[in-house]
Design a protein around this ligand. Structure first.
Ligand SMILES: Cc1cc2nc3c(=O)[nH]c(=O)nc-3n(C[C@H](O)[C@H](O)[C@H](O)COP(=O)(O)OP(=O)(O)OC[C@H]3O[C@@H](n4cnc5c(N)ncnc54)[C@H](O)[C@@H]3O)c2cc1C
Ligand SMILES: NC(=O)c1ccc[n+]([C@@H]2O[C@H](COP(=O)([O-])OP(=O)(O)OC[C@H]3O[C@@H](n4cnc5c(N)ncnc54)[C@H](OP(=O)(O)O)[C@@H]3O)[C@@H](O)[C@H]2O)c1
Length: 474
């Protein structure tokens, strides 16, 4: 299949009408084995204009990024997307080079010397901050940290819920819905998930009875999706309340999704008290202005809000105090600069035009590309990354096509001789990547651990155990 459809350019044969000279194979490095990196690899191997060989590098010995360490453990059907992404590695042209941190174990210069093109797919590993007093008190964490903990990310700090009876999630996106659901769902319902045993034990014994979800605008302006909202408020036995003024000033001409969200909230609030021990409270038109407490968070101070004439959120000056021992800001993830690569600090993304990396003046940096959350910001579901990666790959293949025959990556070969395999370059400094077979050994161990406990999988969250399993796969 010539990828005239995929790449938008004619193959050399088609362009000249005569058999073309053999097109040289191009080596591509993709940094980040999350959904966007793997979709980029799939797009590259699906095209036939330029023969490619692809290395997918990740700082973890496990692929799939936030699909493994973000998507909620009780959402098993979306987790199964990993099976489709795993097929990327069935192709002999694709290698997984795990446990290699870009910026520490390898660099932009090193990759540009070893490859014809580099695609950055490192996602968003930090989070946005509220910028209010008390934000860094103990008991105030980001939803990202809470998610990383219950997902068994090896870098996650253990979370302790002892002494927490009321918790608040700030923000009304799908991540807020996820963290709220994990806290209000019964231990029994969570016990079938792949959460590490220590996490399940903590979630099985906590006394959190009240969970608040705080939106700085109205329910019609919330970014959670209808399916996720309905699932949350429909949990058996759950009492749901919504502040009465939440529905003030909601326009009549809502789109279908928004209308459904508002209806679901109205109905859940009208249902009255559930027969379970937990309560979920939505508080719209409220924004945090301070977190207070002596050693740890004791009170969340909220200010009532409204929209000004230009639609911006403004405070009314009227405040309320909410007693909570845990605050999870769920106001968005944030990408951090990729060492050596131009970064748009305002948007927190790698500077790019449709996936081609550009410098501060907007001039294209040849051979460098970007996909996923670090390209467009921390929004979009897994599927969004597929079309996003395809756009970048179209440009990449067109650029490689335009350079057919040119000595790409000339700096690598300036000293003479063929370009060296990056694995040999790393080996000289004692850096050894883990492989896809290593990941499969982890996968098998997790499935076996789960089977022993009557579950489909139990995640291994310790770096030491993960790396021991990699070594045992050698
Ligand atoms: C909590 C949460 C739940 C979600 N739930 C869903 C859901 O249910 N359904 C859905 O469709 N979407 C969901 N999403 C959205 C989805 O996860 C994202 O759209 C998607 O993961 C973004 O893909 P990405 O490849 O850009 O980033 P990521 O998935 O973050 O992948 C980035 C990869 O880069 C690696 N990396 C980072 N830095 C380096 C470095 N310096 N060197 C080497 N490797 C590095 C990381 O280890 C990671 O593997 C959720 C998102 C979050 C935050
Ligand atoms: N099941 C799923 O499909 C699933 C699950 C999880 C995540 N995801 C996806 O992953 C992406 C990220 O989700 P997300 O929830 O992190 O982001 P999000 O959808 O952008 O939601 C962020 C929320 O934080 C609020 N917020 C931002 N800054 C704030 C501030 N300073 N003070 C108070 N509130 C603030 C926003 O309110 P404003 O609107 O007022 O700015 C918004 O309600 C989304 O595309 C989401 O759909 C999908």
């Amino acid at each position: 299949m010539s990828e005239s459809t995929e790449t938008g350019m004619a193959s050399p044969e088609a362009a000249s009408g005569a058999p073309a000279e053999a097109v040289p194979e191009r080596r591509i490095a993709i940094v980040g084995a999350g959904p966007s990196g793997l979709f980029a690899a799939q797009s590259l191997i699906a095209q036939s204009d330029v023969p490619v060989r692809i290395d997918i590098i990740d700082r973890l010995p496990t692929p799939y990024g936030l699909l493994r360490y973000g998507v909620a453990p009780d959402h098993t059907s979306i987790k199964s997307v990993a099976n489709a992404l795993a097929r990327t590695f069935d192709d002999p042209r694709v290698r997984f080079l795990g446990h290699i941190q870009f910026g520490t174990d390898t660099s932009r210069e090193e990759l540009l010397a070893a490859y014809d093109a580099v695609v950055y797919a490192v996602g968003a590993s930090e989070d946005a901050e509220l910028g209010v007093p008390g934000e860094h008190l103990a008991g105030s964490i980001s939803a990202r940290e809470f998610v990383a903990w219950y997902s068994g990310h090896p870098d996650a700090q253990p979370q302790h819920l002892t002494g927490v009876t009321a918790a608040a999630a700030i923000g009304v996106g799908n991540v807020a819905v996820d963290v709220a659901r994990v806290l209000v769902k019964s231990a029994e319902a969570l016990s079938t998930t792949d959460m590490p045993e220590a996490v399940l034990a903590e979630l099985g014994r906590h006394d959190v009875s009240d969970v608040w979800v705080i939106g700085r605008r109205g329910p019609h302006l919330a970014s959670f999706t209808t399916v996720e909202l309905r699932e949350l408020v429909s949990l058996p036995g759950l009492t749901v309340t919504v502040n009465p003024d939440a529905f003030d000033g909601i326009p009549d001409d809502l789109d279908r999704r928004t209308k459904a969200n508002v209806e679901i909230l109205r109905e859940a609030a009208a249902r009255g008290e559930g027969d379970g021990p937990r309560r979920l409270h939505f508080a719209f038109w409220r924004r945090p202005v301070a977190l207070e407490g002596t050693e740890r968070v004791e009170t969340l101070v909220l200010e009532r809000t409204r929209l000004d004439e230009s639609g911006r959120v403004v405070g009314t000056g009227e405040t309320e105090r909410l007693p909570v021992e845990l605050v999870m800001r769920s106001i968005g993830y944030r990408s951090i600069p990729v060492p050596g690569v131009p970064f748009d600090e305002r948007a927190s993304v790698v500077s790019n035009v449709e996936g081609r990396v550009v410098d501060a003046e907007g001039v294209v940096r040849p051979r460098e590309y970007v996909v996923g959350w670090v390209k467009r910001g921390p929004v979009g579901v897994i599927g969004t990354n597929k079309s996003d990666a395809a756009q970048t790959v179209r440009h990449l293949v067109a650029d490689l096509g335009a350079d057919l025959g040119a000595d790409l990556g000339a700096e690598a070969t300036a000293a003479g001789g063929p370009r060296r395999d990056i694995v040999d370059v790393w080996a000289e400094r004692g850096v050894k990547p883990t492989t896809f077979a290593d990941w499969q050994a982890i996968d098998v161990a997790e499935i076996e651990r789960g089977a022993a406990l009557g579950r489909a999988r139990t995640k291994i969250e310790s770096w030491r155990e993960l790396l021991d399993l990699c070594r045992s796969a050698d």
